[in-house]
Write a protein that binds this ligand. Structure first.
Ligand SMILES: N[C@@H]1[C@@H](O)[C@H](O)[C@@H](COP(=O)(O)O)O[C@@H]1O
Length: 264
């Protein structure tokens, strides 16, 4: 794992956006794995700005989102499809036909999950997967106890996740307790994964992900198995890390190495 600790949420978003823009510049036909939640919003804003400035183009890119609420149609304001249109897709030069979000209104969700996996494979696999993390260590909607090799499937949300996400729903509005999510095994197949976490309320999950044992109780700990996982966090989210100074030292050495390599 590469652990990048930055001063604040704005720096985290800028760092993450840079990974995605570099990827698109290198490979315009990239397959990008995208995430919802409040954390990626600032990163999406950076990407919109870069797209409008002509620095990057999504015109040949394909995207796959991690998850969706089961029971919401894509035009429901709380669906993740709607979120992605609002926060990113409607503001960039992407062909919306090349943007994929699991179908929350699929007649047969089990078949829809298999089809989603097939589409990812047919697209050549995900080049870079963006992730956030839930307070309980979930990634996508892979809640604690999720199989570490799991595939895209229907998952029941924990009460903690339902409560955390209740802020997005109006009082009395129907809030789904089920989801379709890429599995942990699906996520681990992305060539690179970039997880962003900011704020003190994520510090416990970040500690469990990086320093805890590999375990289904903290689904994000599965990233310890990934060959190219970049964890980008602010100081608040890093505040419970036991070896914080060591990670900062490694990153400083990484920077020096990069500088040396770029001058070759
Ligand atoms: N399914 C999403 C996750 O993909 C996201 O990482 C998490 C954290 O969201 P936030 O960034 O708002 O804390 O929320 C939801 O549960």
């Amino acid at each position: 794992m590469q652990i990048v600790i930055l001063n604040d949420a704005a720096a985290v978003a800028a760092y993450g956006a840079n990974i995605f823009s570099t990827q698109l510049q290198k490979k315009p036909t990239s397959v990008l794995g995208l995430a919802t939640g409040s954390t990626p919003v600032a990163l999406y804003q950076e990407l919109i700005t870069k797209n409008k400035a002509g620095e990057i183009s999504f015109s040949q890119a394909t995207t796959f989102n991690l998850d969706e609420y089961l029971g919401l149609t894509g035009d429901h304001p709380q669906s993740y499809r709607y979120f992605m249109n609002e926060q990113l897709f409607s503001h960039i030069d992407i062909n919306k036909d090349n943007t994929f979000v699991p179908s929350g209104d699929a007649l047969n969700p089990i078949t829809a999950c298999k089809e989603y996996e097939n589409k990812i494979v047919a697209a050549g696999g995900v080049d870079v997967q963006l992730l956030g993390i839930g307070r309980n260590g979930h990634i996508g909607f892979n809640e604690p106890s999720s199989g570490l090799c799991s595939r895209t499937r229907v998952k029941t949300l924990t009460k903690a996740t339902v409560d955390d996400n209740a802020r997005f729903f109006a009082e009395g509005e129907y809030q789904p307790h089920l989801s379709i999510t890429m599995g942990i095994g699906t996520i681990l197949e992305a060539k690179k994964v970039v997880l962003l976490a900011t704020g003190e309320n994520k510090a416990h999950a970040v500690h469990a992900m990086i320093e805890g044992p590999l375990m289904a109780k903290c689904p994000a700990s599965a990233l310890q198995l990934h060959k190219d996982a970049v964890i980008v966090i602010d100081k608040a989210a890093a505040s419970k890390l036991e070896d914080l100074e060591f990670y900062q030292h490694i990153e400083a050495e990484n920077q020096k190495l990069q500088t040396r390599l770029s001058s070759l």
